[in-house]
Design a protein around this ligand. Structure first.
Ligand code: HEM
Ligand code: HEM
Length: 193
């Protein structure tokens, strides 16, 4: 068994692979961005299946992906600058993604597991999009706490535990996000109400 450092490296590698898949789906989904606006856009069009909603999801996911550069921290900027970029960009991305998911006026997934039916195979996993939306909320709340304890000596142990939780929540978001993108972008599957 490897130590915690090796485990972290492996975990980051897995995150990087999942991130690669998200980028792949964004490339595939780019085609739909070329479609013109549908006349008479109403409020509900902010949701994923609407013209504007699709763009909100697309932009939000792109911002999330850029914000994850923090994982690899290219040497161009200082560690703290990357962290600030990570925090602000993910928070802004979160707002777009939550509008895309229907928050707060017509969100259909208050119970994040209600519409998940693994027995039905891949299409039964469509409800994971609701879980993904809740994970965005959880990650932003978690991030704000983590940013507060970051670099404070008295909180060093808490920070370590927090870091693991934040990384696991991210992994869960990546997995549910990849399933959502596979269904909605590649297979063009829309959940029935
Ligand atoms: C973390 C990122 C994302 C989350 C949390 C998320 C969440 C959701 C949710 C909850 C819905 C259902 C809305 C409803 O009740 O109608 C939805 C629908 C949709 N999303 Fe996303 N989304 C994300 C990213 C994306 C991206 C990047 C795209 C496209 C490139 C996308 C495309 C769609 C499409 C086409 C629908 C309509 C399909 C359906 O209603 O089942 N989503 N999304
Ligand atoms: C959807 C939203 C978010 C996702 C997917 C996400 C993801 C991640 C990931 C993958 C890491 C690196 C874990 C590792 O080192 O392996 C991380 C670290 C971190 N994130 Fe986030 N994050 C999100 C939101 C936020 C927000 C909003 C903040 C701040 C307000 C934040 C603050 C931090 C901090 C303080 C660290 C640790 C920095 C370090 O150890 O050097 N995150 N995040």
């Amino acid at each position: 068994m490897g130590g915690p450092r090796e485990l972290l490296q492996v975990y980051r590698f897995v995150l990087a692979v999942l991130l690669g898949l998200v980028i792949y789906f964004l490339v595939v989904g780019f085609e739909l961005l070329r479609e013109g606006p549908v006349p008479g856009i109403g409020l509900t069009d902010l949701k994923g299946s609407g013209w504007l909603g699709y763009r909100l999801g697309y932009a939000g996911a792109l911002m999330l992906v850029i914000a994850q550069s923090y994982l690899f921290r290219p040497g161009l900027l200082s560690k703290l600058t990357w962290l600030e970029i990570h925090c602000y960009l993910t928070t802004a991305a979160g707002v777009l993604l939550l509008l895309h998911a229907g928050f707060p006026y017509s969100f259909e997934y208050w119970n994040p597991f209600e519409r998940v039916y693994p027995r039905l195979g891949l299409y039964g996993l469509v409800g994971l999009q609701g879980l993904a939306a809740w994970l965005v909320v959880a990650l932003i709340a978690s991030g704000i706490f983590g940013r507060y304890v970051y670099g404070r000596h008295r909180w060093a142990r808490t920070f370590k535990r927090w870091h693991t939780v934040h990384a696991i929540l991210s992994g869960m978001l990546y997995v549910s996000g990849v399933v959502h993108l596979l269904l909605s972008v590649s297979l063009k599957y829309v959940a029935a109400d």
